[in-house]
Design a protein around this ligand. Sequence first.
Ligand SMILES: N[C@@H](CCC(=O)N[C@@H](CS)C(=O)NCC(=O)O)C(=O)O
Length: 255
Amino acid sequence: MAIPDENIHPTATGNAAKVVAEHQAKQDLVFYSGWFCPFNQRVWISLEEKGIPYQYKEVNPYKKEKHFLDINPKGLVPAIEYQGKALYESLVLCEFLEEAYPNYEPLLPVDPFERAHVRLWIDHTSKTIIPSWHRILQAQSVEQQDAARQELYEAQRKLAQQVKGPYFTGKEFSLVDVANAPWVAREYILAEHRGYDRAQVGDGWSEYAERLATRESVIKTTNDKDKLQVIYDRYLRDEAQSEVAKALRAGRPLP
Ligand SMILES: N[C@@H](CCC(=O)N[C@@H](CS)C(=O)NCC(=O)O)C(=O)O
């Protein structure tokens, strides 16, 4: 029998658990987080990169509890409460942190053209890389998996060709890197179960991906593999009932 989605491990584990323990004190910014979620990890990486003080609160978004729906009516993590006001959507939150904390480590370039360039490639990430990543994960037939894998290689190659190195904009870590890092750090799942091979992307993707996956903020917000695997097993069998899984199955854009 399929295990319901809400039956997830209740707390962060591994490196991520240490960071959670350090962020329990009350702060202006409350981070409502689901330890397992890659969208969520974007915000977590930004907070850690920028060095913003935050209070970590774990949420199981599958339970759709009223207190959380009051914060995010969509019932999805990540969400934040900032000076008592609520916001959600990972990329909106990352940009919000840039604007609300101008004196902290920036993740967007200063030049307006460069900023727009970063946003273009975040858009590419959202519209092509992330959907193909989830499509290959849920695809059950070999033909569907092969097609999704090629789509993912192609989408990642386009991004790889824009990477100045070592990171997207050059030596500074930026929101394009943040937007991709959680999925790059989980590529091993696609490699183990779906024949994904980083090297097939070409154009320096392997090197770029390795740099993202080994960035301190990424490692610090990473959980134990066995706990994460339980969640990904549901996607690999196409049994997940999350909003992301349902949208993909129905051919709708991701929530
Ligand atoms: N577009 C949203 C997606 C967030 C999202 O899908 N979060 C998932 C966890 S990875 C969630 O909360 N799922 C609860 C559900 O599907 O009911 C974002 O970028 O923040």
